[in-house]
Every structure is written in structure tokens, then in C-alpha cells.
Design a protein around this ligand. Structure first.
Ligand code: AMP
Ligand code: MG
Length: 420
């Protein structure tokens, strides 16, 4: 059994990111949000494109107005420059141009005096306060210099990046394709959502949970349904899943029961099993395997797929996905950093308990109390078979191995959910 941190390291080490040439596609900028940039972007434009005004006011020569605080300068207004127009005049000593935010600074001027520090009389302006040299001028190329790297590859595109790419006139861009994640559930007791339940049967809820988690991670879920606890049927589905996906997620059948066949079948398919169990609660029976790249399986992806045999218990599926699968999908997707989960230090509202034997994840909700996060454990059972009280939670409190008790108001680490 490996520790959680060793499991995390082993898994991330097994993930080969998508290829920046083969595994890309070109998409329109407006639908590129949340995608991962595959190629660095360089712009031939400077930002700002030209010296421009940061204020509504007057473009002046600093030397004309430097003593205005003691003795207001009076300047002749020779031009009005709205945003979007090229100035026509060159400002001479004793002259100024009326200027607006974003408008081009005329030749000869080097400083902008804000409107509030002036008084206008017909075509003359009184400068009532001396500005600083070059004040309120946004200089050409002071934000970004043409030809240098504007955005690196491997970043997630959100609103700020999309705005930058729009400003740089990139209507289309190259992003990594979405990782393909095959999902199936194992168990003779499982039925699809629309089938009446016979005694002993339950709905395959894991398929739904995993489909949503995979989609929210930016990957494409491929749903392969329910597979009976039958070695022949399982082998067929595993071989198919491995052939079509970058990552395969099965749930159930990885424990020590008589009907838990997944590990045996992986071995018969010549997979290398890297992890069989992790010191985590819930989620101990977790299988992680890879397939040799020279395998006979005829794959659509050039990648050696990563196989996660997740435990069947619904809470264990969610916890192991957040803790181990999500970082793997992030690394695979081409993101260059920030794969690991982020833990926050918060205050616990009440006592939290663990038997101390495995790293324990307790589900609950973060409440903001006077600007400080407080963790409230979900009411009801924290059994890994209890799916019901996971609804409406948004965080997992983590008790490390050896820690059996956290007192009310004591600090606790939490994994915040739903912000992937
Ligand atoms: P297993 O790991 O196959 O022994 O399953 C552990 C527990 O999880 C059992 O109580 C199963 O009935 C339950 N379980 C397994 N797969 C699913 C699933 N897809 N959806 C809901 N519960 C499941
Ligand atoms: Mg089972």
C-alpha cells in the first residue's frame, strides 16, 4: 500500500502530456475558453500601439507647464483629438491639444494634464497645477513589445487571455485536443437509470458522477456503460477502452472480493500495475496501470493509456477522482503547471475524527464567517457507500495519517471542490 503523496507522484510520473504538434486542433477564439493553448503566441503589434492619453484633459509640453502650481500657464488650444483619430498638428511652445482617453498623443506633447486640473476659456486653457513629467501618457510598447512572447503554450484560456488574443488580432488559435476518457462501471448489481430495480440491484450512479467530473475537467467522456462481473465481458471492454482512450476509468471490481476481476484481467492484457492500494479513506482499493507502447492492441491514440481502476463505492469514486485522476487529466491536457490539488488552511467548525490509519477525507461545506472560511462536516454517515450527503458539499477536509482528532476551531487542510 502506498501513501497518498507517493501515489500522486507515481501517477503524475506516468502521465505523458499530449503532443504539441500531433494532438492539437484549431478553434475560433470565441469558443476557445477553458482550452489549453498549444503554441506560444507572438504579436507583431506593440501594446499600446502608439503613445496615448490615460485621461480626458490636455496634451502639453511639460516645460511649458512645470511651474503652473505657483503661476498657472495659459496655453492656446490648437486641436481637438478624440479617440480613434490621428493628430494633425505638432504642439509648439505655448500650445496644447484637447485630448480624450485613448487618443493618440500629438507630436511635440509629452504630458497630459487632467481636465480637473484646468480651466477653459474659449480657445485657451489655464493649467492650475503642475503635472509630473510624462504624466498620464501610456507609452507605445510599455505594456508589450512586438515580437516578444505574448502568451506561452500550456496555459488555460480564460477571459483575460481571450481578451489579449482578441486585441492581438488572433481570430483562431491552436489548442490541445480534449483528452479522451473512457468510463465504464463493473458489477452484476448495477442497472441503468431507467430500469426498474429488482431485489439486490442499484443504479449505476458512478457513470454519471464520472461523466460530469471528466467533462468539467475539460476532457471528453466516452461512456461505455455497465459491464457484468464476468471476466470475458470485462476483458473485451477493457481492451476496447484502452484502444480508444487516453485515460480509462472503471469503477468497482478492484477490491479483494471473489468477483473483483479487474487486476487479473489487466495482467492478462500485459498491463503493468503500478499501484494496487493507497493509504486513503475512502478509496483504498485503487488500481493504476499502464500498457506497453508496443502492445498488440490497435490504438487510435499514440499514447500509452493510463488505466485507473477506481473503487466501486460512490464516495470513494468522487474522492479518488478529485485526488488522483484530476491531476492526471490536467497534466495530460497540456497544462504546464498546477496539476496537483490546492489545499486551503481553514478553521474547523467542529470536531473531526479519523482512526488515524489512512489519510482521511471528510466531506462537508466551506462557510465564510467574517471573511474566514470554516469547514462544516456533512451531517450523516461518512461511509464510503453513502452518496446522499455528498450532495451540496464543496470541500474535503484532510486528516493526515496519525491524526485522529481535530478540535473545534483548530486549523484543518481542505481540498476545495468544483474549481478545476
Ligand atoms: P466493488 O468495489 O465492486 O466491490 O463495489 C463496492 C460497492 O460499491 C458496492 O456496494 C457496489 O454495489 C457499489 N458500486 C459499485 N459500482 C457502482 C456504481 N457504478 N454505482 C454505484 N454504486 C456502485
Ligand atoms: Mg463489484
Amino acid at each position: 500500500m502506498v501513501s497518498v503523496s507517493d501515489a500522486q507522484a507515481i501517477i503524475l510520473n506516468l502521465v505523458q502530456p499530449l503532443d504539441h504538434q500531433r494532438d492539437t486542433e484549431v478553434v475560433d477564439l470565441l469558443v476557445a475558453d477553458s482550452r489549453i493553448l498549444a503554441v506560444p503566441v507572438t504579436s507583431p503589434l506593440d501594446f499600446p500601439h502608439w503613445d496615448n492619453s490615460a485621461m480626458d484633459g490636455y496634451a502639453v509640453r511639460y516645460e511649458d507647464v512645470q511651474h503652473s502650481s505657483e503661476n498657472p500657464a495659459v496655453l492656446e488650444i490648437v486641436e481637438d483629438i478624440p479617440a480613434g483619430y490621428q493628430p494633425k498638428s505638432t504642439i509648439q511652445p505655448g500650445q496644447a491639444a484637447r485630448i480624450f482617453t485613448g487618443a493618440v498623443i500629438p507630436a511635440g506633447a509629452d504630458t497630459v494634464v487632467m481636465q480637473e486640473k484646468t480651466r477653459r476659456e474659449e480657445n485657451r486653457v489655464f493649467i492650475l497645477d503642475a503635472p509630473k513629467p510624462q504624466e498620464f501618457v501610456r507609452h507605445k510598447a510599455s505594456f508589450y513589445q512586438a515580437g516578444t512572447q505574448l502568451l506561452p503554450a500550456g496555459i488555460k484560456l480564460n477571459a483575460p487571455e481571450i481578451a489579449v488574443l482578441a486585441a492581438a488580432q488572433c481570430p483562431q488559435l491552436s489548442v490541445y485536443r480534449r483528452p479522451r476518457v473512457a468510463i465504464f462501471s463493473t458489477g452484476d448489481e448495477l442497472v441503468p437509470i431507467d430500469q426498474p430495480l429488482q431485489p439486490g440491484q442499484i443504479v449505476d450512479s458512478n457513470q454519471y458522477a464520472l461523466a460530469v467530473l471528466v467533462r468539467q475537467s475539460g476532457a471528453e467522456p466516452i461512456l461505455l456503460g455497465i459491464v457484468k462481473d464476468d471476466p470475458v465481458a470485462l476483458e473485451k471492454v477493457i481492451a476496447h477502452a484502452v484502444a480508444i482512450a487516453d485515460i480509462v476509468l472503471s469503477s468497482g471490481g478492484v477490491s479483494v472480493g471473489d468477483y473483483d476481476y479487474v487486476d487479473k484481467i489487466l495482467e492478462s492484457l500485459r498491463a503493468k500495475i503500478h499501484i494496487r492500494a493507497v493509504e486513503i479513506r475512502p478509496g483504498k482499493p485503487l488500481t493504476v496501470a499502464t500498457f506497453p507502447s508496443t502492445d498488440a492492441i490497435n490504438r487510435v491514440s499514440s499514447h500509452s493509456p493510463l488505466y485507473f481502476g477506481l473503487p466501486g463505492n460512490p464516495a470513494a469514486v468522487l474522492v479518488t477522482f478529485w485526488r488522483f485522476v484530476l491531476p492526471a487529466i490536467k497534466k495530460l491536457s497540456g497544462i504546464t503547471e498546477g496539476w496537483e490539488p490546492v489545499f486551503l488552511k481553514v478553521r474547523s467548525h467542529h470536531e473531526l475524527r479519523s482512526n488515524g490509519k489512512r489519510e482521511t477525507y471528510l466531506w462537508g461545506k466551506l462557510h465564510l464567517i467574517d471573511g474566514v472560511y470554516e469547514f462544516h462536516q456533512a451531517d450523516g454517515s461518512q461511509s464510503s457507500g453513502n452518496l446522499i450527503n455528498l450532495a451540496q458539499t464543496n470541500a474535503l477536509a484532510v486528516l493526515p495519517v496519525g491524526k485522529t482528532l481535530i478540535y473545534p476551531q483548530e486549523e484543518v487542510q481542505v481540498l476545495q471542490l468544483g474549481n478545476s
